[in-house]
Design a protein around this ligand. Structure first.
Ligand code: ADP
Ligand code: ADP
Length: 227
């Protein structure tokens, strides 16, 4: 069974004037267990809308989303999210940022500190546990955000243009880093990008979207050897 399934999903945004924009139109797609799927498409094709629906931040106006075979109704810690901007809390250390979701759920950060340290080590941030976010580069901050998304050991990791705010060199480093994390932990990933290189580098399969309205035009298996 797929982990995530979009079934005939549509999304209409109604503007203040009452004008309706169809952002998504009949999206049928799925992400299988241990699969790394890239959602690739131009700006405005509905990638972020699809991510927000999968994260239960907004509700689709038509169709349904199934997560582990059941309709997805509310945000769940079983889905980890990484956004374009890391949005760390500037007054908290790196470790305390990673542990923030644990606190939010009313659980004990102390019991999870070791797990947080392991994640930071995995992304090459050993030794930065007590650093403050402002002391880190953009790429390092994004890696902290990835650890924060993984702290609950989610079944599905969703990343919406996680490298958008980074320069080309950092993007490349982070891409390889992510690939390593994924292959070490066998996470199921849904990765959103408008960069063909990024999309192919990391994916088992690429879903290509077109805009106005947002549709999935192709599902392409990637058979290239990994770097
Ligand atoms: P992408 O992430 O691929 O750039 P988006 O999901 O952001 O695409 O947007 C898809 C379409 O929906 C675009 O035409 C965009 O203008 C429109 N849209 C997105 N968010 C809103 C909103 N809150 N209200 C109205 N229209 C929106
Ligand atoms: P604590 O009270 O220290 O937070 P728990 O006994 O609540 O510990 O959690 C044990 C393990 O179960 C943790 O490693 C955590 O990752 C996982 N876990 C707890 N709640 C959830 C949840 N809602 N979704 C996914 N995993 C969870």
């Amino acid at each position: 069974d797929p982990i995530l399934q979009f079934r005939n999903l549509s999304m209409d945004y109604t503007g203040r004037s009452g004008r309706v924009t169809r952002a998504l139109d009949g999206i049928d797609a799925s992400v299988g267990r241990d699969e790394f799927v890239t959602l690739l498409g131009p700006s405005g094709c509905g990638k972020s809308t699809l991510m927000k629906i999968a994260a239960s931040v907004v509700r689709a106006t038509g169709g349904e989303v199934l997560f582990e075979g059941r309709p997805l109704a509310k945000p769940t810690s079983r889905i980890g999210m990484v956004f374009q901007q890391p949005i760390l809390m500037p007054w908290r250390s790196v470790l305390d940022n990673v542990l923030f979701p644990i606190e939010m759920m009313g659980r004990s950060p102390r019991k999870h500190a070791e797990q947080a340290r392991e994640l930071l080590e995995l992304v090459g941030l050993k030794g930065f546990e007590s650093a403050m976010p402002s002391e880190l580069s953009g790429g390092m901050q994004q890696r902290v955000a990835i650890c924060r998304a993984l702290i609950y050991d989610p079944v599905l990791l969703m990343m919406d243009e996680p490298f958008a705010a980074l320069d080309a060199m950092t993007r490349e480093d982070l891409g390889i880093e992510l690939l390593r994390i994924w292959s070490e932990r066998r996470k199921t990933v849904l990765f959103v990008t408008h960069s063909i290189q990024e999309g192919i580098l990391l994916a088992d399969r690429v879903l290509v979207m077109t805009a106005r309205p947002g549709r999935i035009a192709a599902s392409i298996p990637i058979t290239l050897p990994r770097p």
